[in-house]
Structures are given as structure tokens and as C-alpha cells.
Design a protein around this ligand. Structure first.
Ligand SMILES: O=CC(=O)O
Length: 328
């Protein structure tokens, strides 16, 4: 047995055999599906044992809500490793986790990246080819509904903001449809990893792309990354796709840009105030709206459970976290 001990919150639903074997060899406390209220009662009792230095939240368990002092304060002193659900980490009080706990925060982006990228590509194709509008007009007996001739993927310059795990898959998928891709990122990728996409500044991307896809995490730096000023820099008739987090776009500015026609089309899976998208987005046929379902495939549950298991195994073996998003 290693000196580490972990609390596993949320039922293991698919990778049961793998987790059972891990649990036989390591100090792991499976507490099953717990709501936030139940966690607030249970964690202080486990914390009293003083030995738990890791906690992981299973992907299909109840949503634990914000990862903050209220939730994990009782484990201060021992907790050094947190593995959360999903790719996003905007629900994490990183200041508390990094400075107060001195803990690694690990997300599990690999499992959700392919389905989230595919959802992005679906919305990109939909914006370019007006598929959801054509479907609606056919159903309501309006045949082509005045859609006219649509854009073509081969004539669309796609600008990807955030070339991480998800952005790279979107790039490869959309290039297969003949689109050229430019990208902006905190830093340029090594050329061998660019796969034909051209690195440009955010300003150049905003002013030249025909379609802009947001694939960056929500952090203090990317909050309202796209607002009135940025919309003004874009080409008239630009298309926007967002499957990252709603708050990366100033939603009111997006609505104004759609109303004026400066933005021609938007494909959205995320909103500033979920589950309540701005009413304009729900009624305008310029928009295709999904209910934050980007990574929601059946396969993701098992993939994420295994990703979390391998991350935890690495921590148990080395005391360090692979894939941490912070540096305590
Ligand atoms: O939104 C989904 C995720 O963060 O994985």
C-alpha cells in the first residue's frame, strides 16, 4: 500500500472491474453518489481521520457544485490532490485550492474532448450549411424557407480560439471538410503539431475568419474575451460557434451583433446563465442552440472513469499530478 489515501465521490458505473482492482491494492474510500449537502456532512467525518490526501469526483455522479472552501475546507492540511468532473474548471476556486490547500487540481479533458469536438464540428457545419433552419422550414411546410444558397465548407476560413485537446480535434475534423484553419492560442504549437493550421494573433483571427469557434477554457483571462469591441473587429456576416463556456462571450453583445446582422449565424452549446439562454437566442433562426450537451455520449462515462483512475494511480505512485491545471 502506498502512503496515499483517496475518497471517491460518485458511483463508479462502467469501469467497475478496473476500480475494484485499484481499490484492492490501495487505500480508497468509495462513498457512492452524494449530493453537495451530503458531502458537506460526510467529508468532515472522513477528514477527522486525517489521512485522505486525494479526492476524485466520478463523471456520472451528482454534480458537486463549486469546488471551494465550503466543500473541501474540512480536508485542509491533508488534501493534496483533487480530480474533478469534465474538462472545465471554472467552478473551482483555484486560489483556495492552490494557495490554501496546496493541492493539485486535475481535470479529465481527454474523455470529453472527442465528443465535445464533434459537437463543435456539427455546429460549425450547421452554421455554414443552415441545416437546422432547412430542417425547420421543411417541417413547417415552408420548404426551403427562403434559405437560398448557403456557404460552402471549402470557402470558409475557420478561426479556432484555443488550440488545446478539443481545438486540435475540431481542426482535424473541419479540415476534412475542406476548410482552411487559423488559430490563436496562448502560445504557438510546435510546427509538427499544427497539422496545417496557421498560428495568428487573436486580432488577426477576429478580422479575417469567416467562422470563429471558441475552444478555450473559461479563466479570469478569457471572461468576456469576445465582447462589443471584438465583434466590431469581425467581418460582416461572420459566424460564431461556442461549445466552451458561455461567459467567454458577452451574451448581450452577441445578441446585438446578431440583431444588427454583423454576426450572421451562431451555433451555441453554452450560455452565460445556464439553463436560461438569452430569449433572443432561443427564438432567432440565426441561432442553433444545444443544451450544454457537448461531451454527452455514453462512452464518455467509462472513458472518464478510466482517465481519473490513471491520473490517481500516477499520484499514488509519484506524489505528483499529471494533467494538473494549476501548480501548487
Ligand atoms: O462542459 C463540460 C466539461 O467541462 O467537460
Amino acid at each position: 500500500m502506498s502512503k496515499h489515501a483517496a475518497i471517491i465521490s460518485g458511483e463508479v458505473r462502467k469501469a467497475t472491474e478496473e476500480w475494484k482492482q485499484f481499490g484492492e491494492k490501495h487505500d480508497v474510500m468509495f462513498i457512492g453518489d452524494k449530493t453537495r449537502e451530503q458531502l458537506l456532512e460526510e467529508l468532515p467525518k472522513l477528514a477527522a481521520q486525517g489521512k485522505y490526501d486525494a479526492i476524485a469526483f466520478m463523471p456520472a455522479g451528482p454534480w458537486q457544485g463549486d469546488v471551494n472552501a465550503e466543500l473541501l475546507g474540512s480536508l485542509e492540511g491533508s488534501l493534496k490532490y483533487i480530480n474533478g468532473q469534465g474538462a472545465g474548471f471554472d467552478h473551482v476556486d483555484m486560489e483556495f485550492v492552490t494557495k490554501k490547500l496546496g493541492a493539485f487540481y486535475v481535470n479529465s479533458p481527454q474523455a470529453v474532448s472527442h465528443p465535445t469536438a464533434t459537437t463543435t464540428t456539427i455546429l460549425i457545419l450547421d452554421c455554414i450549411r443552415w441545416t437546422s433552419q432547412l430542417e425547420l422550414s421543411t417541417r413547417r411546410g415552408d420548404w426551403k424557407g427562403g434559405a437560398g444558397l448557403t456557404n460552402d465548407t471549402r470557402d470558409t476560413l475557420v478561426g479556432i480560439v484555443g488550440m488545446g485537446t478539443i481545438g486540435k480535434i475540431v481542426r482535424d475534423q473541419i479540415q476534412a471538410f475542406g476548410s482552411k484553419v487559423i488559430y490563436s492560442n496562448r502560445r504557438r504549437l510546435p510546427e509538427s503539431e499544427e497539422n496545417g493550421a496557421k498560428f495568428v494573433s487573436l486580432d488577426e483571427l477576429l478580422s479575417t475568419a469567416d467562422l470563429i469557434s471558441l475552444n478555450c477554457p473559461l479563466t479570469p483571462e478569457t471572461f468576456h474575451l469576445i465582447g462589443e469591441t471584438e465583434f466590431a473587429k469581425m467581418k460582416k456576416g461572420v459566424m460564431i460557434v461556442n461549445t466552451s463556456r458561455g461567459k467567454v462571450i458577452d451574451e448581450h453583445a452577441l445578441v446585438s451583433a446578431l440583431e444588427s446582422g454583423h454576426v450572421a449565424r451562431a451555433g451555441l452549446d453554452v450560455y452565460e446563465n445556464e439553463p436560461h439562454p438569452h430569449p433572443f437566442l432561443l427564438t432567432s433562426e440565426q441561432c442553433t442552440v444545444f443544451p450544454h450537451h457537448g461531451g454527452g455520449t455514453q462512452r464518455v462515462v467509462r472513458d472518464a472513469e478510466l482517465e481519473i483512475l490513471e491520473n490517481l494511480r500516477a499520484f499514488f505512485e509519484t506524489g505528483k499530478a499529471q494533467n494538473a491545471v494549476n501548480s501548487p
